[in-house]
Design a protein around this ligand. Structure first.
Ligand SMILES: NC(=O)c1ccc[n+]([C@@H]2O[C@H](COP(=O)([O-])OP(=O)(O)OC[C@H]3O[C@@H](n4cnc5c(N)ncnc54)[C@H](O)[C@@H]3O)[C@@H](O)[C@H]2O)c1
Length: 386
């Protein structure tokens, strides 16, 4: 049995604990948890799990000899330093998403991970979804031909003001380091880069606190270009209702759509360039078959427990990771590029992202952040969650 320790017993830490207690992690047991807020640790007593060791200091838990694998489920800024500390203490580690807030800290974490022989995974649980796994496989198998355009409208992240006010760190530059891009979208941004690779350059249009009383972004449109000529548009919001989750890929073989948990491939009988070459009429178009593509055969949508079980298999049997921790830098780079383009009103070269400029502009936002004011208000509010 791999002995698991969780850092941060908030929403996600409790959710991982429930998966472990619920028998979804057959080769793991919850040995210890850590939260700087001792009141959070009471929950274990309330649910009858007093056998789990509790800590208020992560380093103490890492050095206790009680755990083999730690899951970092604290606010985003702390992910890289906690991962580094866990690896330095010879522990296997899973970081919650996002891998960090800015690439500089994530790169330093990756450098530490590369020197370590411990397993380092990242909680990109949506990579277990057989639908996206199938799309990825179809791309790799060349089923789509050359991709011309990718459009992802992901606006079903509706959040009220109550959500933003539910923790002092939330939706602030100092506590969270961003909004929609860094909290809700890391899954889609990761899937995007996992399926299609990283774009070459990005120009974005981002609104900060447009519909909610927050300092960070609540609406994003990013346009991007790839080396091979493909273009992409990523559109997201936390205030549209009802929202949409639609991924559309225009390619040489037709149009692939992922929506309502289904893959539809409007597939041409010949690749478009070939059809064009042989066409004799101006308004002619190829025959199209509308195919419902089944999700990846034999794959289960195991989400968070799937990632934890995969990391345990990697520890015990050397199984390859579905979400290698060091890959988390791509999503952070992608979202940093979107922020940077909006802040500077210019194109951003993704590969050569100016991480110092990003860091400095972020520090300027942090100087005026409402985080500390929120904290003060929450201290006097006994119902505050954090
Ligand atoms: N993978 C997913 O689907 C998913 C879903 C939700 C949240 N998350 C991620 O999980 C992380 C936590 O989010 P949440 O919603 O659980 O937040 P939360 O505010 O509910 O919980 C965070 C907990 O961390 C504790 N904490 C803060 N600093 C700490 C420290 N230095 N040491 C120990 N404990 C500390 C807080 O007291 C709090 O209990 C975020 O990074 C978020 O992006 C992932």
């Amino acid at each position: 049995m791999v002995r698991i320790g969780i850092v941060g017993l908030g929403n996600m830490g409790r959710s991982h604990s429930k998966n472990i207690f619920g028998g979804k992690i057959p080769n793991g047991k919850l040995a210890a948890v850590c939260d700087t807020d001792p009141s959070k640790l009471q929950w274990l007593k309330e649910i009858g799990h007093e056998e789990v060791k509790t800590f208020t200091d992560a380093e103490e838990m890492f050095k206790s000899g009680e755990v083999d694998l730690v899951i970092i489920a604290v606010p985003h800024y702390f992910h890289p330093p906690m991962v580094k500390l866990a690896l330095a203490n010879n522990l296997n580690v899973i970081s919650e998403k996002p891998a960090g807030v800015y690439t500089k800290q994530v790169r330093e974490m990756n450098e530490a991970a590369e020197k370590s022989d411990k397993v380092f995974g990242v909680m990109f649980n949506q990579r277990t979804n057989p639908i996206y796994r199938k799309v990825r496989q179809m791309i790799q198998d060349g089923e789509l031909g050359k991709i011309k355009r990718i459009t992802w409208i992901i606006t079903n992240w509706y959040r009220t003001q109550v959500y933003h006010d539910s923790g002092a760190w939330r939706s602030t530059w100092e506590g969270e380091g961003g909004g929609l891009l860094i909290n809700q979208c890391p899954h889609q941004i990761d899937l995007w880069q996992w399926m299609f690779g990283m774009p070459n350059r990005i120009k974005s249009f981002v609104s900060f606190g447009k519909y909610r009383d927050i300092e960070v972004e609540d609406e994003v449109t990013a346009y991007m270009e790839y080396d091979n000529g493909a273009i992409g548009t990523f559109i997201s919001s936390t205030t549209e209702c009802p929202g949409t989750n639609r991924l559309e890929v225009a390619c040489e073989m037709g149009t692939l759509i992922v929506e309502n948990d289904e893959i539809t491939f409007k597939r041409m009988t010949v690749p478009e360039p070939q059809f064009n070459e042989n066409a004799t009429l101006g308004f002619q178009s190829p025959d199209v078959w509308e195919c419902k593509v089944p999700p990846l055969l034999g794959a289960e949508n195991t989400q968070h427990s799937g990632i934890i079980n995969n990391v345990i298999d990697a520890i015990e049997k050397g199984t390859p990771l579905l979400a290698q921790g060091t890959e988390g830098i791509n999503g952070v780079k992608f979202s940093n590029a979107i922020h940077l383009s909006a802040w500077t009103d210019s194109w951003v070269d993704v590969d050569n992202l100016d991480e110092d400029l990003y860091y400095n502009l972020l520090q300027e936002k942090i100087k005026n952040s409402t985080y500390v004011k929120n904290l003060r208000e929450q201290v006097s509010d006994t119902k505050g969650t954090y």
